[in-house]
Design a protein around this ligand. Structure first.
Ligand code: CP
Length: 317
């Protein structure tokens, strides 16, 4: 593997999940793979889990790790070609990227959707420039349209907890005070379909995700109906995708918050969320603290998804 930005890069998902469980059983078995290799993690946006889990994964593999927070301590970067750079951005991404590539063997990039331009976001303008100009293998630590390391960790978590071969997995929109990107729900839907689960997506009208990511899933606008018989509930907020509302908040309807009453409609489902989560907006205290909550397990599996991806990249260097 040289690039990891989508489920398409992982090959056979069942094989990848088996490999991940092998990695989990023996996290330090591949320490020689990363010897004298350096990972550069570049953050255009904040992170807790991705930063720590990916660094830990790289250390498990014997790698050296450098972290650059682009907006803290680095030169402000211009990303548009053709701009007369007489503003507050002294460096262009087109020099910065190949320079970064000089100092490392593998690059991880976090660059969220900005909601300024849908075409730029959905063409993955930032991470694709790293792929084009760094000369290094590149993997996504959450890009504009996808968060594949999170989705991979979520699939590992479902595999570890499912009670039947094809569980019913429900992705539900829930309210949030800020406009959030579609990266997590896009990837979750795409990976859950690829894993062969029965996937239902429920959200208020107007919150339809890109069909590119939801093909194979059923859309159900009635949240209560969607929850019936569910084995896993995956809650997440996202802003509108469809024009003319791209990036906008269309609803703050708190009746969509996942609570005990709604969980009671399910087949004793597990609760999942990628974190960070706004308690009592997305999910009530009672549900996230219940024994059916898998949120900490998902976060723990971020180390495993990152290690499996880095292992594959290192094996191909
Ligand atoms: N789930 C996730 O990616 O968490 P962070 O934003 O804290 O990295």
């Amino acid at each position: 593997m040289r690039y990891f930005t989508s489920v398409k890069d992982i090959g056979n998902l069942n094989d990848a999940l088996k490999e991940a469980l092998e990695v989990k059983a023996n996290k330090f078995a591949y320490q020689d793979l990363g010897k004298n290799r350096t990972l550069l993690m570049i953050f255009f946006n904040s992170s807790l889990r991705t930063r720590l889990s990916t660094q830990k994964a790289a250390m498990n593999l014997g790698m050296n790790v450098m972290v650059l927070d682009v907006n803290q301590g680095a030169w402000k970067l211009e990303t548009e070609r053709g701009v007369i750079m007489d503003g507050d951005k002294p460096e262009h991404l087109l020099e910065a990227i190949p320079v970064m590539g000089c100092y490392c063997d593998v690059i991880g990039v976090r660059a969220f959707a900005t909601f300024e331009n849908k075409e730029d976001d959905y063409s993955e303008k930032i991470i694709n420039q790293f792929i084009k100009y760094s000369g290094r293998p590149v993997f996504s630590m959450e890009a504009a349209t996808g968060h594949p390391l999170q989705a991979f960790a979520d699939m590992i978590t479902i595999e570890e907890n499912k009670k039947k071969p094809r569980p019913k997995v429900v992705l539900t929109w829930a309210p949030h005070p800020r406009a959030l990107p579609q990266a997590v729900p896009n990837s979750f839907a795409q990976w859950a379909v690829a894993a062969g689960y029965e996937v239902v997506i429920t959200h208020p009208e107007g919150y339809e995700l890109s069909k590119e990511f939801t093909e194979g899933a059923t859309i159900e606008y009635d949240q209560n109906k969607a929850f019936e018989g569910a084995d896993f509930i995956y809650a997440k907020n996202w802003a509108a995708y469809e024009d003319p509302n791209y990036g906008k908040i269309l609803s703050a309807d708190r009746s969509w918050t996942v609570n005990e009453e709604k969980m009671g409609l399910t087949a004793n489902a597990y609760f999942m969320h990628c974190l960070p989560v706004r308690r009592n907006m997305i999910v009530t205290d009672e549900v996230i603290e219940s024994e059916k909550s898998l949120v900490i397990e998902e976060a723990a599996n971020r180390e495993i998804s990152a290690e499996t991806v880095l292992k594959r990249i290192l094996e191909n260097l």
